[in-house]
Design a protein around this ligand. Structure first.
Ligand code: SAH
Length: 473
């Protein structure tokens, strides 16, 4: 969701003649896009804001958007008086107000529902992958989770609005659609119908959705994984824990039997499907036996691209008040153990892909510019040798839109590129930046350019625990 928010802000501002810059000192406007799901990320935000204040141009505007802004509210101005704006996850569409009135202090952390989608309707990205939110907020109220507080009650956008956005994205060159929601498969107007409708569009070749809640996996949606070829064979289905006791205290009211049954059904309709999960270790009261059940689940399901987190007590959540908190050193030890299992299954799957050819979606050049990054249908990163073609960005005012601090100590993931920070960037990390503000693509020698190059057949030549290498076929 943060990646989506960042993209919308960027296209909203580019629509006003601004361009993106990677240099803090060049920026006229600096936006810190934040996540407050875990405490460590939240703490980093204010030190980062202090750093920005000290290094930015004196007359540039800077501020904070997203969940930390919602949580901090006006207190953010007390902590960093020079801040120009503080906007919550449902009010960042009001950002242009600060450009029109740079001397004001802009504060808006209202949970104004779906209003932002109407306001942002005209800012559409030209990206091969289009994130399309179909829902805001969450009603599940897991006892560890701050999302219902920062993003509000669960609201589904209308089917018509979403389909209109899908068509716009397709017209703009999107090849892949990723539907977004905190409880995406709980979408009120049927996610399965939405996928069927999207699959009718010729130029859309890949469809996926994140993040799912186990009890919302309807049979209709499960069946679709066997019948709809455009629906990718990859699903993030967070289990959080393998212990019935812990799940109960997390207020995740599903049994492990049900969870396993869903995965069995998915694998039956599509034997090729790969599953990823989120896990929290060291939840209050988690015993060694509970933790072993989580490890057992991870070994049995053989997840790929999973995220594992140390439990982090969050304000406004029930679990933060539980008295049986787990000591930090135990949480750390458990995270290391679980991470080893997840890395191992990830590596095994990556290695099993060597020699296969797959249709992969272009993501952009890597940091060196010497390689191109693609995504397999299972969301692994594939690095391919290529010569970059990066046009100059159009002239205009410069913006910098850093996103939430990346995953780090206390959070692990298995999936791509960097050790212990190798998650697929489905929710937490932005895609690598492109050469130009308009999403310029790399032309393969002798090939065409632009959207026609976004989907490539690639042979996987080697693999490690985090990523794959490949060559064009
Ligand atoms: N419904 C959203 C939740 C976003 S948070 C989604 O599924 O993406 C993403 C993950 O962060 C959650 O699945 C959970 O594993 C983890 N998480 C949430 N709150 C946490 C907390 N207080 N401590 C540690 N990890 C947490």
């Amino acid at each position: 969701m943060n990646v989506y928010d960042g993209q919308r802000i960027s296209s909203m501002l580019c629509g006003r003649g601004m361009t993106q810059t990677d240099k803090l000192g060049d920026a006229d406007l600096i936006i810190l896009n934040t996540c407050s799901v875990r405490e460590k990320a939240t703490n980093k935000v204010f030190s980062e804001l202090g750093r920005i204040r000290d290094r930015k141009k004196p007359d540039s505007l800077f501020g904070i958007i997203g969940c930390v802004a919602k949580e901090a509210g006006s207190d953010a101005f007390r902590r960093i008086p020079e801040l120009n704006f503080v906007l919550g996850p449902q009010s960042y569409h009001k950002l242009p107000q600060i450009l029109d009135n740079p001397d004001a202090k802009l504060l808006n952390v209202d949970l104004s529902g779906l209003e932002k989608f109407d306001e942002l309707a005209e800012s559409v990205n030209a990206e091969p992958l289009a994130y399309i939110p179909i829902q805001e907020g969450c009603d599940h109220c897991c006892t560890y989770c701050i999302v219902p507080y920062t993003r509000g009650r669960e609201l589904s956008r209308t089917f018509e609005d979403v389909v209109r956005d899908v068509h716009k994205a397709a017209a703009n060159g999107a090849t892949e659609i990723c539907f977004l929601g905190q409880n995406v498969n709980g979408y009120k107007f049927s996610l399965a119908d939405l996928i069927r409708e999207t699959a009718k569009i010729d130029s859309i070749k890949r469809i996926r959705y994140t993040s799912s809640y186990p009890t919302e996996m309807t049979d209709d949606l499960i069946q679709l994984h066997g019948t709809e070829p455009k629906l990718l064979p990859f699903l993030n289905l967070p289990a959080q824990s393998g212990s019935p006791n812990v799940l109960k205290r997390m207020n995740r009211p599903y049994s492990l039997e049900l969870y396993n049954e869903i995965i069995d059904k998915l694998r039956k309709v599509n034997p090729d499907i790969q599953i990823s999960s989120d896990f929290i270790v060291g939840f209050p009261g988690e015993t060694e036996e509970d933790f072993e059940m989580t490890c057992e689940l991870a070994r049995r399901i053989k997840y790929i691209n999973s995220y594992s987190f140390k439990y982090s007590p969050r304000p406004h959540t029930a679990a933060a008040l539980f008295t049986d908190q787990i000591p930090e050193n135990i949480k750390k030890q458990r995270l290391v153990i679980l991470d080893e299992i997840l890395t191992q299954t990830n590596r095994e799957f990556n290695e099993s892909c060597v020699g296969r050819t797959m249709e992969c979606l272009l993501e952009g050049p890597d940091k060196t510019g010497k390689h191109m990054i693609y995504r397999t249908p299972y969301m692994q990163q594939v690095i391919v040798e290529a010569s970059p073609f990066a046009p100059e960005p159009p002239p205009g005012r410069a913006i910098k839109a850093p996103s939430a601090p990346p995953l780090e100590g206390g959070e692990s993931s298995t999936g791509v590129s960097e050790p212990n920070n190798c998650a697929p960037d489905l929710r937490h990390d932005p895609p690598p930046s492109r050469g130009g503000a308009d999403g310029a693509f790399i032309a393969r020698p002798g090939g065409g350019s632009g959207a026609s190059m976004t989907l490539q057949t690639i042979r996987i030549t080697s693999a490690n625990k985090c990523s794959l290498r490949g060559e064009f076929v």
